[in-house]
Design a protein around this ligand. Structure first.
Ligand SMILES: [Zn+2]
Ligand SMILES: [Zn+2]
Length: 307
């Protein structure tokens, strides 16, 4: 049975073309047989598909992979979680550099000057969004090679939006979008963060996976905006939160429609207000940015924010 192996031993098992070929072969077979549930490939099927000198060599390699990347199933070999994750990484070729995306102009918002046209570029493997007027940053998010390979322009923007929104939804519920481990979130006073010198938002959430160290950060109003009550509130007012880039939310910080404050002085409870037309949604969050209650308010002072 499986014994605990160190990371270097586990990765050492993969530095062999025949073993990678075995993993690819099992994935392709699984794909071909998708109608029949978990696909286990028999020894002879693998031998027929993989280029290997003889059965004892194949037997040796399968023995090395079994327990870590493969498991015995139904008289054949199927993936473990690690095997599945590794083979998807290999098939997607996400170990390459993402290709350049040029400069894509799109809608968004600059939280500093209020400009609503931004440009997206690839920088240090990150999808960076900059204001087209003052050139200050509006957002940064990771981009992987497979994401860029068959996409450009609006199609790529949409792919980044969808991934970012799905990641945030999971992180807001404490689930790491990468490893499914536990994400813990703290609320920070923006004044305690040495960037930037102008602070259009008062509070920021910092979320970190306790297992894989994945880190995500959002202005507190944006974190609150992913709550189901806000998604529904905005949808009723013609705004699709899950179909918007985080860089689009900046315009609501700039015009004051989205704001956050402490519920009371020195309180560790926060109140976020999200305004639309003549109504507001208030969300109360604890020090871990968990929404504890919400209320809808009809507003009389429509001019409270500049629209
Ligand atoms: Zn700007
Ligand atoms: Zn994680």
């Amino acid at each position: 049975m499986e014994t605990e192996r160190s990371a270097d031993e586990v990765f050492g098992l993969l530095s062999d073309e025949i073993r990678l070929d075995i993993l690819r072969t099992v994935a392709l077979a699984q794909n071909e047989r998708k109608q029949t549930g978990v696909a286990a490939l028999s020894f002879s099927d693998i031998y027929n598909r993989v280029e290997v000198d003889n059965t004892s060599k194949l037997s040796y390699h399968l023995g090395e992979l079994t327990g870590i990347f493969l498991r015995k199933h139904d008289g054949g070999y199927a993936f473990t979680h690690a095997g599945e994750q590794m083979v998807r990484f290999v098939l997607s070729e996400n170990y390459h550099q993402p290709s350049d995306i040029g400069s894509i102009e799109t809608e968004g918002g600059c939280q500093f000057c209020g400009e609503t046209t931004v440009r997206a570029v690839l920088e240090d493997q990150y999808f960076m969004v900059y204001c087209t007027v003052c050139d200050r940053g509006a957002n940064a998010y990771r981009v992987r090679p497979a994401q860029v390979r068959e996409r450009s322009g609006d199609d790529l923007i949409d792919a980044v939006i969808r991934e970012q929104a799905a990641d945030m939804l999971k992180a807001r519920r404490g689930v790491c979008p990468d490893c499914a481990g536990r994400i813990e979130t703290d609320v920070w006073d923006a004044a305690d963060i040495p960037f930037p010198e102008e602070r259009p938002v008062s509070f920021i959430t910092m979320s970190e996976c306790q297992d894989c160290l994945r880190f995500l950060s959002l202005p507190l109003p944006a974190a609150a905006a992913y709550h189901p009550e806000s998604i529904s509130f905005h949808w009723e007012h013609g705004v699709d939160i899950l179909g918007s880039g985080v860089w689009e939310f900046n315009r609501y910080f700039h015009d004051g429609r989205w704001s956050s404050e402490r519920a009371d002085t020195n309180s560790e409870e926060y109140c976020v207000e999200l305004r639309r037309d003549t109504s507001s949604l208030r969300l109360f969050l604890d020090k871990s940015a968990v929404v504890t209650r919400t209320e809808r308010v009809r507003r009389r002072d429509q001019n409270e924010y500049q629209s």
